[in-house]
Design a protein around this ligand. Structure first.
Ligand SMILES: *Cc1c(COP(=O)(O)O)cnc(C)c1O
Length: 340
């Protein structure tokens, strides 16, 4: 198989159309078998449930080339499981986890030539998603759906080295108590756009959202979970029902315990406490960990000792270890790596 002629090192994070995508349709109460297709366009009713009432959910994961040249992906079963939860919450049909994993592997295989080579820092990003496609005008769930997975090659998240971010404690809320914060749905992102555009205009990289009920506890950013490191090197991560359970974060907690011998604590984290931490990082598939250097709470600056020039030591250790596991340089826990 010949790789595509792409300048892998200089790829950004944008959509590049690849050869094949997986499509399965739900009609009359059942999913069809699903198929790989060249057709990147979707044609549907102007009244489709997704267009009128935002009935859509998604996932994100990556495929890599390992040190010994194999193409792999990372814990797709957890993406499948999470998508099942998301579907139930939005009254959408479940695309069963095992079929999800099978479709992911098939889609990667069909786009093998687009998986960046080992050492490039790039990867093939997969975007599984599902939407209501039948007409809906009175408010109710659609009766027909499409499940689709496309892929796009993406460059290294941090070009020219990992650089700590500056965050703003947002005046907007991301998720209501008992709302939809714990599912991966476009609706959670639509309403975050104004907050992120405003934060960027003010010179911040990201928003820190607090719990909407009391605005006293740390939740997450628009698309990544927090981890904090105490001065005695314990990992602390916020616990809340309105946080999206990041697969990267869950994996990093295991890495911290089992590979680095660090203590891990999942519990509510008061905003008032964050000035006591030694390091802070954001976890998600895109960057693994983005170190945070400074958080600004309405004029009050909380600066982590790790500073604005270099990422914190524990954050980098966690990041390097998880990346080494994903790239086949370090042995992975059972069941984490799926070979194509
Ligand atoms: C996708 C997402 C994350 C990160 O999850 P990963 O599984 O690690 O990629 C965190 N927060 C939100 C709101 C997300 O949508």
């Amino acid at each position: 198989m010949e790789k595509k002629d792409i300048d892998w090192e200089n790829l950004g994070f944008g959509y590049i159309k690849t050869d094949k995508r997986f499509v399965s349709n739900y009609k009359d109460g059942a999913w069809d078998e699903g198929t790989l297709t060249d057709d990147a366009e979707i044609v549907m009713s102007e009244c489709a449930g997704v267009l009128q009432y935002a009935q859509t959910i998604f996932e994100g994961l990556k495929a890599y080339t390992t040190k010994n040249g194999e193409i792999v992906t990372f814990r797709p079963d957890l993406n499948g499981e999470r998508m099942e939860h998301s579907a139930r919450r939005l009254e959408m049909p479940v695309y069963e986890k095992d079929r999800f994993v099978d479709a992911v592997l098939k889609t990667i295989k069909a786009n093998e030539a687009w998986v960046p080579p080992y050492g490039s820092g790039a990867s093939l990003y997969l975007r599984p998603f599902m939407f209501g496609s039948s007409p809906v005008i009175g408010v109710k769930p659609a009766t027909e759906y499409q499940f689709r997975i496309f892929t796009t090659p993406v460059g290294p998240y941090f070009k020219g080295g990992v650089k700590p971010l500056t965050l703003k404690v947002s005046d907007f809320d991301r998720a209501a108590p008992h709302g939809t914060g714990n599912i991966k749905a476009g609706l959670n992102y639509a309403m975050s756009l104004h907050a992120i555009v405003s934060a960027h205009e003010e010179g911040y990289d990201e928003n820190m959202y607090l719990d909407a009920g009391t605005r006293t506890r740390v939740e997450e950013t628009g698309g990544a979970n927090f981890i904090f490191i105490t001065k005695d090197k314990k990992i602390v991560t916020p616990k809340s029902d309105s946080i999206l359970p990041s697969i990267t974060k869950r994996s990093l907690l295991t890495v911290a315990k089992d590979y680095l011998g660090l203590e891990v604590e999942e519990r509510p984290v008061p905003l008032e406490e964050i000035g006591d931490f030694a390091e802070c990082g954001l976890c998600g598939t895109a960057a693994v960990i983005s170190p945070v250097g400074k958080i600004v709470d309405h004029g009050r600056e909380i600066c982590f000792p790790s500073g604005m020039d270099t990422p914190g030591e524990i954050c980098m250790k966690l990041r390097d270890t998880l990346k080494a596991i994903q790239l086949g340089e370090t042995e992975a826990p059972d069941g984490w790596i799926y070979k194509i």
